[in-house]
Ligand binder design. Structure first.
Ligand code: UDP
Length: 341
């Protein structure tokens, strides 16, 4: 992996909270490839033990302060915490906000206080484009208003504010990464997207293309977009992982705080995603038109200027066909079928 050559982590221990999840496991693999040791802290409520392959696992819930303190004390030299653990399924957040606020906000607060006690002063936090909410101005830049419409976005924004206060009062150094649509999988197909229940467009479309479920429901075909379907900014999970390594290196070089969008700046419509899946895999996606999904914004894509300026980040793996090929190969490795080459 090229990151290993350019961004060595030199035997550092990095605590990865949520390291058993989709994005977290890719971050762990890249930390390992860059010469560091990822220590996963995860309660395995959504993550998978089989995805923890590149370092030890501390199976704890971060809301359990005693267990968290004990875990941090076992890794006294850790240089940085990457915090990715959270509830993410937007619909569940609307139905059960208590669980979202507890997991996402109370969890983060407990983690920040345990970090203070353990004197770890570097944090990379996984935030989201969902903190911006409804906006007609595209692309979205970091200083655009943050008015999240979902409980999910509200919990992430609350944590962003908490981190900013801890920076001001206690000197916490941080980089908050606001991801756009994470997608794709590890090139070796060792890890990938395994949500349960699955709600995301690409994995559902692939299941439909492989005949493992009925036709995809295409939510909304009457949006004010070129082909009537929603437009999103798909960023390969390994580009997201690279952004974490770059953030660590920048903090080592003196960066004390930053909020950065992690996207490509390119919008892709739902119909374009389905077309790419058909073309790359040779399996057209069966789909049927369906009503709009509540809460969906018509267009969402990133201004990537700040990521370039602050982190030196530009995407490498995020053209749609690369995303689709890697995701298809991962799913097929699980299903025991053929590769897309
Ligand atoms: N989508 C769809 N059918 C599905 C799942 C998703 O048409 O079964 C659409 C969804 O309405 C949105 C886009 O695909 O317009 C991306 O949705 P996803 O849940 O993957 O990501 P989001 O942008 O909501 O985070």
């Amino acid at each position: 992996m090229d990151t290993a050559e350019h961004h060595k982590l030199d035997g550092q221990d990095i605590l990865v909270v949520g390291g058993a999840g989709y994005i977290g496991s890719h971050v762990c693999k890249m930390i390992h490839a860059a010469g560091g040791r990822p220590i996963t802290i995860d309660n395995l409520s959504c993550g998978h033990e089989h995805a923890v392959k590149w370092g030890p696992l501390e199976r704890i819930d971060i809301r359990d302060r005693e267990a968290l303190d004990a875990a941090l004390s076992r890794w006294p030299g850790a240089s940085c915490v990457v915090h990715l653990a959270s509830s993410i399924e937007v619909g569940i957040g609307e139905r059960d906000p208590a669980n979202f606020y507890s997991n996402n906000v109370v969890g983060a607060l407990t983690l920040l206080d345990a970090m203070r006690a353990a004197e770890i002063d570097r944090l990379i936090f996984s935030s989201t484009c969902a903190t911006y909410g409804e906006t007609e101005t595209m692309p979205i830049a970091e200083d655009d208003p943050q008015q999240p419409s979902s409980v999910y976005g509200k919990t992430k924004l609350a944590v962003e504010h908490m981190i900013q206060s801890y920076h001001a009062a206690y000197g916490l150094n941080y980089v908050t990464l606001r991801y756009f649509n994470a997608s794709g999988a590890d090139a070796d197909a060792e890890i990938g997207e395994e949500h349960d229940p699955e709600t995301h467009l690409i994995p559902i479309a692939m299941q439909a293309a492989a005949g493992r479920r009925g036709p995809l429901k295409l939510f909304g075909t009457d949006y004010d977009t070129p082909d009537g379907t929603c437009v999103r900014d798909y960023i390969h999970v390994n580009d997201i992982a690279r952004a974490h390594i770059l953030a660590m290196k920048q903090m080592e070089s003196g960066l004390t705080r930053a909020e950065v969008n992690i996207g490509t700046g390119v919008g892709t419509s739902n119909r374009e995603v389905l077309a790419s899946i058909g073309r790359v895999t040779g399996h057209p996606v069966p789909y049927e038109d369906a009503p709009r999904r509540a809460g969906d914004l018509s267009r969402l894509y990133s201004d990537e200027g700040q990521a370039k300026k602050v982190l030196g980040f530009t995407p490498r793996y995020s053209d749609m066909d690369t995303i689709i090929r890697s995701a298809w190969n991962f799913h097929n490795s699980r299903w025991g079928e053929t590769r897309a080459d």
